[in-house]
Design a protein around this ligand. Structure first.
Ligand SMILES: NC(=O)c1ccc[n+]([C@@H]2O[C@H](COP(=O)([O-])OP(=O)(O)OC[C@H]3O[C@@H](n4cnc5c(N)ncnc54)[C@H](OP(=O)(O)O)[C@@H]3O)[C@@H](O)[C@H]2O)c1
Length: 273
């Protein structure tokens, strides 16, 4: 079977994370990937080129002849990019996939020729290390095969679910932006360790593995995180003291607010309209 031909429009964080993931997972070969970005930003294309991908300054060349064209630009640039791609998109190919925060299927479809097959995806950057958490919603003309292909692509770099488009903004607020929250939490845990006398590298290693291990406990045991927390908090012990300090600091409220505020920002962002 011929490997998929994938075009990335935009060559930044998300394009590079997905491209590296697809290549590592054997979804396609680097030589079957082409990435486009404006001439002004050659270092991003250079990084794609170092992965073995073809590069171009012309967005049309990323879409032309591709099976899937993945739009990986900031939301404000999406309408300009879709204008560039319009003449290359037909109902038969490529499948146009957008990862842009907040840009709706209606906006994407409205900017492309009638019957264009469109999928809206919300991935996250841990796709780079095959630990991504992605969801997607299909447009009016995307087929079951398109959904299967999207699922296959995103599953190669982590977990993936198809959802109704109404979930996309909340997913953006939770897992799309979530790595940033986790980095803040991890850094703060490490700072606590350093404050109490641990060397920085050890504190950070312990914090990162504690987060990863705890996530794995939730996923593999199927137990509610509250139950797992109870399991490790002995009466009058250290852990419940620490949990009390988190409650005093309103950590739960801060994290819920983060998801709430990021979701609202995603809802308000439909620059393609
Ligand atoms: N990063 C994340 O964690 C994350 C998570 C989920 C979804 N997303 C979504 O992914 C999309 C890309 O985010 P990112 O973090 O990858 O951004 P980024 O690192 O800034 O990359 C954007 C890329 O688009 C290029 N670009 C700008 N104008 C263009 C044009 N007219 N034609 C073609 N390429 C153009 C940029 O080049 P220049 O640098 O020269 O402008 C850059 O290569 C966003 O819509 C974001 O909402 C990101």
């Amino acid at each position: 079977m011929t490997a998929l031909r994938i075009g990335f429009v935009g060559a930044g964080n998300m394009a590079q994370a997905l491209a590296k993931g697809f290549i590592s997972a054997g979804i396609t070969q680097a030589g079957r990937i082409v990435a486009s970005s404006p001439e002004v930003d050659q270092h991003l294309l250079q990084q794609m080129s170092e992965m073995g991908c073809d590069t171009t300054y012309n967005n049309k060349e990323a879409a032309y002849d591709s099976d899937v064209t993945i739009v990986c630009v900031k939301p404000a640039v999406v309408s300009r990019v879709l204008h560039d791609l319009k003449s290359c998109v037909t109902p038969s190919r490529p499948l146009v996939t957008s990862v842009a925060l907040g840009v709706t299927l209606a906006s994407l479809e409205g900017a492309l020729p009638p019957l264009a097959r469109v999928v809206r995806v919300m991935p996250n950057t841990p796709a780079l290390v095959m630990m991504g958490a992605s969801v997607f919603a299909r447009g009016a003309h995307a087929t079951d095969q398109d959904a299967q292909l999207t699922h296959r692509l995103l599953s190669s770099v982590g977990v993936c679910d198809e959802v109704p488009e109404t979930c996309l903004d909340a997913v953006t607020g939770l897992s799309g932006a979530g790595p940033a929250y986790m980095y803040v939490v991890m850094e703060a845990l490490a700072d606590g360790g350093v404050k109490m006398g641990l060397p920085r590298h050890l504190a950070l290693k312990l914090a990162a593995h504690t987060m990863m291990g705890s996530a794995k406990m939730v996923l593999t045991t199927g137990k509610h995180p509250g139950q797992l927390k109870d399991d490790v908090c002995s009466p009058g012990g250290c852990s419940i003291q620490g949990v009390h300090a988190l409650e005093r600091g309103r950590l739960r409220c801060a994290l819920m607010n983060a998801v709430h505020d990021a979701t609202l920002t995603s809802r308000e962002t439909d620059a393609a309209k």
